[in-house]
Ligand binder design. Structure first.
Ligand code: ADP
Ligand code: MG
Length: 674
């Protein structure tokens, strides 16, 4: 049951419509509209005590207003003169001529404003106060906006902060006491969390900064717990799938022979875990996570072999045609001697598997939309799954009946994200790289050092190795493009070697040929777009140069770097960049600083925030209101452990003390008074 916002005094139908547009229709929605920050207005900083560059909240009388127009740009500059008992300051507002009217009224009535911002000294020795936020101040009228920690909300068009605060107080009075306490008391105490009412009250009008954070943590915990319970249920509800009977040891032995190398311990363990998961009768939803170059393909093929040997077929989907064809080749070389047919279905190309019996079908999205016969498929493998949406993965699964599912990702995901996004999957991680690899050394160079960089590349080519050069564009101006770079290198620094090009405008049919020539050593230097970002595996390539590297994201750069260092040769990666922003520079430094994809992912999460990461956007996990996946890792772990315990003890959540939690799970606890 939900209480509409119109139950609050001062909210009529017109305002309700306005709120509706922001997704706020019930009182609970309104309460969940959380403050962006809090402002300490228990103490204002006197104007003569402002420290330049330090944020402060001031309270001052508006003395006068002046608007000038810049001669050069025509920009309006409105200067508001402020004064308090001890000092004076000028607050400039740029390009907001209309703002002068509000201040003129305030000046006329001798009113004050509360403003948040920071000061700097003017050349004439006066004080400038750069206002980030302000509102008129009424010393008597509004105890919610002064003398305390004051909540500052995200801007809502047409609604002042003051009005919002009043609504919030009414909303709390209406609903806070009857908010459902979804957490059982024992849990709440054990986890040292605030009771629900106190949490909502302190979220909006905290008695202290600590209480504001405790309130957020309490609400975040509940949110994460519900998410984890949902995922745990999904896991619980999985149907049965074909039982795999092949033995792990046999499969690994056969695969090692076929691939010509010995599995690492990690690969063997991962294979065993996956085969075990498929032998249980319930369908496996596995996530094979491992850094670039950790050897996920071999594990996928081994898992495939286990299914094939048990009498079912396997479908393997890759995000690009280049990668699908590479897998197809590898799988064919490995499986043909074992008498297993391998087929291809990618863009323009399709090859039927040879022979009768269960087979491996490799392809791109074409697998989902094509007319291939996917009945009898007992395992679906989605390689580099973060490149696909959940819908695509599920569409492919649906075409195959109810098969086992194995997805891989080389975008290392911080554990907190993996739990939030894939809590319904069994995560199997490859932590080590195959033996004999020497770590890729990474250097950051300026564009002015380009000649030295390519002289170094030539040196490596002379030793028989190959190189990639990645550019952000095919042929745009302004930054390094594939075509211009390829010509420049071929005619200049790398005149003695064969330079090839690979990008989205090379016809699909030719891309594979280009890559094959690179693989066979007929092309020495491949200048490419990020088309080579995922999956491409040419062990003889030992140098990766990335032009205008600051144009790429951190995860992407790490992926690109992962194209080298795949063989025994000493390899290196050169980032050529003159970053325009501090964040760009931090990305370069992060990459130079570590080869560990997990560390990179953590850094990425901190630099960009969870909402920006690939895969998160699609999954909707960034829809979390209170939890912050970058900072709440511990909280998430706690919620996950609790969810698992609950699922063991009371899977249906039918005990009385879990009733409200069950309701929250059904999305109904958000209704206000029950
Ligand atoms: P990714 O995990 O990025 O998909 P790949 O599966 O493409 O990595 O493997 C990277 C390279 O390592 C390939 O050339 C592969 O043949 C090789 N490789 C994988 N496992 C081993 C191993 N156990 N010993 C030696 N080389 C291996
Ligand atoms: Mg791969």
């Amino acid at each position: 049951m939900s209480v509409p916002v119109t139950a609050i005094r001062g909210i009529g139908p017109a305002v309700a419509d306005l709120l509706q547009q922001q997704g706020i229709s019930s009182v609970h929605d309104l309460l969940a509209f959380r403050p962006r920050r809090y402002e300490d207005r228990s103490r204002f900083v006197p104007l003569d005590a402002l420290k330049p560059g330090v944020s402060a909240v001031i309270c001052a009388v508006v003395q006068g207003v002046q608007t000038r127009y810049s001669k050069r740009s025509g920009l309006a500059v409105t200067t508001v003169r402020l004064r308090d008992a001890g000092g004076e300051a000028d607050a400039p507002f740029f390009g907001q001529a209309y703002i002068a009217n509000s201040f003129r009224d305030l000046a006329r009535s001798g009113s004050s404003i509360v403003a948040w911002g920071s000061s700097r000294l003017s050349r004439a020795g006066g004080v400038w106060f750069d206002v980030r936020e302000w509102e008129p101040w009424d010393p008597e009228g509004d105890p919610l906006s002064v003398g305390r920690l004051v909540p500052i909300y995200p801007a809502l068009p047409g609604v002042s902060q003051k009005r919002l605060r009043r609504w919030m107080l009414s909303a709390l009075d209406l609903c806070a006491a009857s908010m459902p306490e979804a957490l059982p008391r024992a849990t709440r105490v054990a986890q040292r969390l605030l009771p629900v009412e106190a949490a909502w009250r302190n979220l909006h009008f905290p008695a202290s900064a600590q209480l504001a954070e405790s309130a957020r943590v309490r609400l975040a915990f509940e949110e994460l717990l519900v998410l984890q319970l949902r995922l745990a249920r999904l896991r619980h509800a999985r149907g049965a799938a074909g039982r795999v009977s092949a033995g792990t040891d046999t499969v690994i032995t056969e695969m090692q022979q076929a691939l010509g190398f010995t599995f690492t311990q990690g690969q063997s363990e991962a294979t065993a875990a996956l085969v075990r998961g498929m032998a249980a009768g319930r369908s496996l939803h596995g996530l094979l996570q491992g850094d670039v170059g950790s050897g996920k393909t071999a594990v996928c093929l081994a898992a495939a072999l286990a299914v094939l040997r048990s009498g079912s077929s396997v479908a393997l989907m890759a995000p690009t045609e280049v990668l699908a064809v590479q897998h197809y080749r590898k799988a064919q070389a490995a499986f043909a001697p074992l008498g297993i047919g391998v087929g291809l279905m990618a863009g323009g190309r399709s090859e039927a598997p040879a022979g009768e019996g269960p087979s491996l079908l490799v392809g791109t999205h074409a697998l989902i939309f094509g007319d291939g016969d996917l009945r009898g498929v007992g395992l679906v493998i989605v390689d580099e799954q973060h490149r696909f949406g959940v819908q695509q993965r599920e569409a492919l699964r649906a075409r195959c009946g109810n098969p086992h599912l194995l997805v891989t990702t080389a975008t290392p995901i911080p554990r907190s994200l993996a739990l939030a996004l894939y809590g319904d999957l069994d995560v199997v991680a490859l932590r080590e790289l195959p033996p004999g690899r020497s770590p890729v050394r990474t250097h950051w160079r300026r564009p002015s050092q380009r000649d030295q960089v390519y002289a170094g590349v030539a040196e490596v080519l002379r030793r028989g190795r190959q190189a990639y050069v990645v550019c952000p564009a095919i042929d745009a101006d302004g930054f390094a493009s594939v075509t211009a770079t390829a010509v420049r290198l071929q005619q200049g620094a790398l005149v003695d070697w064969t330079v090839g090009e690979l990008h989205g405008r090379v016809p699909v049919a030719e891309r594979d040929a280009v890559l094959a020539r690179f693989r066979d050593g007929k092309i020495d230097v491949l200048v490419a777009t990020t088309l080579v970002e995922v999956g491409v595996d040419v062990p003889n390539a030992a140098v990766m140069v990335i032009e205008d590297a600051d144009r790429f994201g951190l995860a992407q750069l790490h992926q690109l770097r992962g194209r080298v260092g795949r063989g025994a040769h000493a390899s290196y990666c050169v980032l050529i960049a003159e970053p325009a922003t501090e964040q760009g520079a931090s990305r370069m430094e992060a990459l130079v600083g570590t080869n560990d994809g997990f560390e990179i992912a953590e850094a990425d999460l901190l630099l960009r925030g969870a909402g920006e990461l690939d895969g998160v956007r699609q999954s909707g996990a960034s829809g979390l209101r209170f939890a912050d996946l970058a900072g709440d890792g511990d909280l998430l772990e706690r919620a996950r452990r609790l969810a698992q315990g609950l699922m063991r003890r009371d899977p249906e959540l039918s005990q009385t003390e879990h009733r409200l939690l069950a309701e929250a799970l059904r999305g109904q606890a958000c209704g206000g008074p029950a």
